[in-house]
Design a protein around this ligand. Structure first.
Ligand code: HEM
Length: 424
């Protein structure tokens, strides 16, 4: 999607375009979101194609409220405005962590969360660093390097390792997870949208089913995330095969479709603001705020959804019980009511209340891991790269779920000794 700033050109799009995948590849969602925040903060969207109406929340305060108030806004009927009919029951309801409400949600979340504490993931630091070096190494010869393509594989460095997934499958799994959110994108679609989504789900679920069965057959006990899912109880019984598969899928998807786009943003912003990066090279204290600003800027998880459990009054409108409510994180992260100069990339922002990881009970369970991975990515970028130059227009993914890049050609100038360092 275009990441633009005011003054915006006259609005060319209808609010219903929030559903359109193409809008995010070619259009200007930031202009539409700014308009909705100002003039219609609780927008009722009634798609012309007959799909079920839904609400569109664009202000930081409302986005946060919907995500926090699980007693009023449930996750049990699905959390994405997908291509699937919103009136259909969600087959993952109460089976997959993101599609549960507290208190049951805690049963699925807490054991996994314990495996993702800063202490527990510290051991991932070296493998992640090695993979980041391998990833950047081909870029250091001064040729054109597509950082967005390379970054797609980056999260497998931590999910692949933490879930104990064989490395020969990483590239395919990364492609399949992108297919699930970019089923309309010509580079990921296999034809029709629903068929693309079905194929990606089928392959990913089959992969995890085989992995779970292989472990069952060999009585294989592992301390990795799949091992933890296999050892925990849900409603006083071990997870069923379906629950295991769905929760593996949620972990893989959560990491793969988001983190790459923040890594690409870190590279892109180095081209635009070399001074901010020089400062971060000299003062490591500036690296954390720089990563947080890249998260706010990129906001890769574009929207999430809930269903109202009772009637709610908001901005003079009534959301009725049972109606779907979508919240737009990329919009909340540019809300001028919360952020000073929201359209400026400013790594020295001290207070940065971005909601890129969500808020409330479903706050991203992988946030610590993503922060660690992105921090290592930034460290390695600063160590090995002197300067970045964009070598072509970035190309955006066609997806209403993920704001991301599928291509970003850059030319990197290596720092003295960097190539040798990456091979060492
Ligand atoms: C930059 C990287 C990431 C971003 C921007 C991001 C964003 C988000 C957001 C906004 C949510 C909240 C969803 C909701 O409220 O319904 C979420 C939840 C989740 N994320 Fe992430 N995520 C990232 C990385 C990861 C990683 C690395 C993992 C894997 C370990 C992961 C796995 C999950 C899971 C399983 C959930 C559901 C948590 C729950 O329902 O309690 N994410 N993520």
């Amino acid at each position: 999607m275009r990441i633009t700033r005011p003054p915006f050109a006259p609005l060319e799009h209808e609010p219903a375009d929030v559903l359109s995948s193409r809008f995010y590849a070619e259009g200007d969602p930031h202009a539409l979101w700014a308009h909705l925040r100002e003039h219609d903060p609780a927008h009722h969207c009634d798609p012309a194609d007959g799909r079920e109406p839904f609400w569109v929340m664009t202000r930081h305060e409302d986005v946060s409220r919907v995500l926090r108030e699980h007693e009023t806004f449930t996750s049990r009927r699905g959390t994405m405005l997908c291509i699937i009919d919103l009136s259909m029951p969600d087959f993952a309801s109460d089976e997959m962590m993101p599609d549960t409400d507290p208190p049951r949600h805690r049963q699925l979340r807490e054991p996994v969360n314990r495996a993702l504490t800063p202490r527990a993931i510290a051991a991932q630091e070296e493998p992640i660093r090695r993979i980041v070096r391998e990833m950047l190494e081909p870029a250091l010869d001064g040729g054109v390097f597509d950082v967005a393509r390379a970054a797609l594989l980056f999260p497998m460095a931590f999910t692949g390792t933490l879930m104990g997934l064989p490395r020969e499958n990483w590239r395919r799994m990364s492609h399949l997870t992108t297919m699930t959110i970019a089923y309309d994108d010509p580079d990921y679609s296999t034809g029709e949208s629903k068929a693309t989504l079905r194929q990606a789900h089928h392959e990913l679920f089959s992969f995890f089913r085989d992995e779970v069965r292989r472990r069952q057959a060999t009585d294989h006990e592992a301390g990795d995330l799949i091992g933890i899912l296999r050892s925990m109880d849900y409603d006083e019984a071990p997870l069923t095969e379906q629950q295991l598969i769905l929760n593996c899928y949620a972990l893989l998807l959560g990491a793969n479709v988001t983190t790459p786009h923040v890594a690409s943003t870190l590279v892109q912003k180095m081209a635009e603001f070399p001074g901010q990066y020089r400062a971060a090279r000299e003062s490591p204290d500036l690296r954390r705020p720089l990563v947080q600003e890249a998260l706010r800027w990129a906001s890769p998880a574009s929207h999430f959804m809930r269903y109202a459990l009772r009637d709610v009054e908001l901005h003079g409108r009534t959301i009725r019980e049972g109606e779907p409510v979508s919240v737009w994180l990329g919009s909340a992260n540019r809300d001028e009511r919360v952020f000073e100069r929201p359209y400026e990339f400013d790594a020295t922002r001290r207070v940065n209340k971005h909601v890129a990881f969500g808020v409330g009970p479903h706050y991203c369970i992988g946030a610590g891991l993503a922060n660690l991975g992105l921090r290592i990515f930034l460290d390695e970028l600063l160590e090995s790269v002197e300067a970045v130059e964009l070598a072509g227009e970035p190309v955006h993914l066609a997806s209403n779920q993920v704001a991301g890049y599928k291509s970003m050609p850059v030319r990197l100038t290596a720092r003295a000794g960097a190539a040798r360092r990456s091979i060492a």
